[in-house]
Design a protein around this ligand. Structure first.
Ligand SMILES: *[C@@H]1O[C@H](CO)[C@@H](O)[C@H](O)[C@H]1NC(C)=O
Ligand SMILES: *[C@@H]1O[C@H](CO)[C@@H](O)[C@H](O)[C@H]1NC(C)=O
Ligand SMILES: *[C@@H]1O[C@H](CO)[C@@H](O)[C@H](O)[C@H]1NC(C)=O
Length: 408
């Protein structure tokens, strides 16, 4: 741990020195996802638009809107403003009053949306055009600054092979329509972005990387969910590097590889925004007393936590709650650091969590600056200690640290 801290300090000071030479540096993007279901978490977990600190990010992406019959639509009952109530869309967009440079985009899709509606929309030029036209008017009337395509994923999960090529056509059509509309109405052009997979197998099936990179303003690499309860073995949610013992496809599941993969296939690194997760994926260990390192046997997901209430998934503030909060039972608790992968994990009784903290994020941000990437994206605002109640480091300790490291 000490050796590591010294190395990190050296790395960071080198970074500070070199960045002060290149006066100003690039205009890094800091993309924050807002989730419209965070409002349903109980008590201190409840997340509303007013909980966002609008100075943390350059862009907020509102997740998720939905696609239905080639139309972009609101998903939640209270997204839209009604005569008797200001909707969540407007409450997020209102943050621009506090940060006029802020851009707010709407994301369409998401994991649970699947690929069915996407497939139907992509299926014909007429359907794609219908979506494009309607999306522009939907976004403009609600004062969004752009659209983020979160279809997970073309060519996988029931989506046809051809959807890879049709997705390119969709990006092209949207971009051209956005350019024309902006010129005609003398407005700032709507932004077009996508959230994309970091798994090499999925990337091959889903994207014509070089082509979509030409049409998209930036690309949000979802460089997390590499490992989770579905693996039946402990593994980190978002390792920066591989472990030496990993073989074959498993060894490709690291952030560094995913980003280089996008580069090799023709995505300019400056357009690639590196996704960072401020949450953990958790497991229940099979032999907690003996095997609790990486690649230990598990029996399913970790227990649902108090606020996120989902098996196998906990917010960073819930990790803090375990680390610093009151503990009733005399359960064993220990934080470990994986040197190879540059990430921490927490073992609490028979529960195992791979998460990110200031240290692992420092490594990732250092690495992304060195690689010339366009900035970071974070999933998601509601997963950091947004109230500053659990980690003893003020509000948004992780995102604040990510900013400090990126902009220093
Ligand atoms: C176009 O979209 C409609 C509405 O979703 C769908 O019923 C139809 O099958 C799509 N067209 C094609 C060619 O798949
Ligand atoms: C995990 O275990 C389940 C149930 O035993 C099994 O169906 C599944 O294939 C396993 N997954 C992997 C990735 O080994
Ligand atoms: C990530 O995975 C790839 C593929 O296995 C491997 O070649 C690479 O060394 C890993 N990345 C790093 C920097 O460890």
């Amino acid at each position: 741990m000490k050796v590591f801290t010294v190395i990190l300090a050296v790395c960071l000071s080198v970074l500070v020195l070199s960045s002060s030479v290149s006066a100003g540096g690039p205009n890094y993007k800091r993309i924050c996802y807002y989730t419209n279901w965070g409002q349903y978490r109980p008590k201190l977990g409840k997340f509303l638009p007013e909980d966002i600190d609008p100075t943390l990010c350059t862009h907020i992406i509102y997740a998720f809107g939905m696609l239905k019959h080639n139309k972009l639509k609101a998903f939640e009952w209270n997204d839209e403003t009604k005569p008797w109530r200001v909707g969540m869309f407007d409450r997020v967009i209102a943050l621009k009053k506090k940060n006029p440079a802020l851009k707010v985009l709407l994301a369409v899709g998401g994991w649970t949306a699947g690929t069915k509606e996407m497939g139907k929309m992509l299926a014909s030029a007429a359907n794609r055009t219908a979506f494009t036209k309607q999306a522009i008017s939907f976004l403009r009337t609600r004062k969004f600054d752009g659209l983020d395509l979160d279809f997970e994923f073309p060519g996988s999960r029931g989506s046809r092979r051809n959807d890879k090529f049709r997705f390119t056509l969709l990006c092209k059509g949207l971009k051209n329509a956005f350019i024309q509309e902006a010129a005609k109405r003398k407005l700032d052009r709507l932004l077009l972005t996508a959230a994309v997979s970091a798994a090499p197998k999925t990337i091959r099936r889903a994207y014509q990387v070089r082509n979509i990179a030409r049409y998209l303003d930036f690309i949000n690499l979802m460089a997390y969910d590499f490992h989770g309860a579905w693996d039946n073995r402990t593994g980190h949610n978002a390792p920066l590097f591989r472990r030496k013992k990993e073989r074959g496809y498993k060894a490709q599941l690291n952030l560094s590889y995913a980003a280089r993969f996008w580069k090799w296939f023709g995505c300019p690194p400056s357009k690639l925004i590196i996704g960072l997760g401020v949450y953990a994926r958790g497991f229940r260990l099979k032999y907690a007393d003996y095997y609790y390192g990486m690649n230990s046997q598990t029996v399913g997901a970790s227990d649902a936590a108090l606020y996120t209430q989902e098996k196998g998934f906990v917010a960073y503030y819930e990790i803090c709650r375990m680390l610093y909060g009151k503990r009733k039972k005399k359960k064993k608790l220990a934080r470990y650091w994986n040197k190879e992968q540059k990430v921490p994990y927490l073992v609490y009784g028979d529960q195992w969590y791979g998460y990110d903290d200031e240290t692992s994020l420092a490594w990732k941000v250092y690495w992304l600056k060195k690689g010339g990437y366009g900035g970071w994206m974070v999933w998601s605002l509601d997963m950091d200690d947004f109230r500053g109640k659990f980690c003893n480091k003020g509000r948004y300790p992780l995102i604040t640290a990510m900013n400090r490291m990126l902009l220093s």
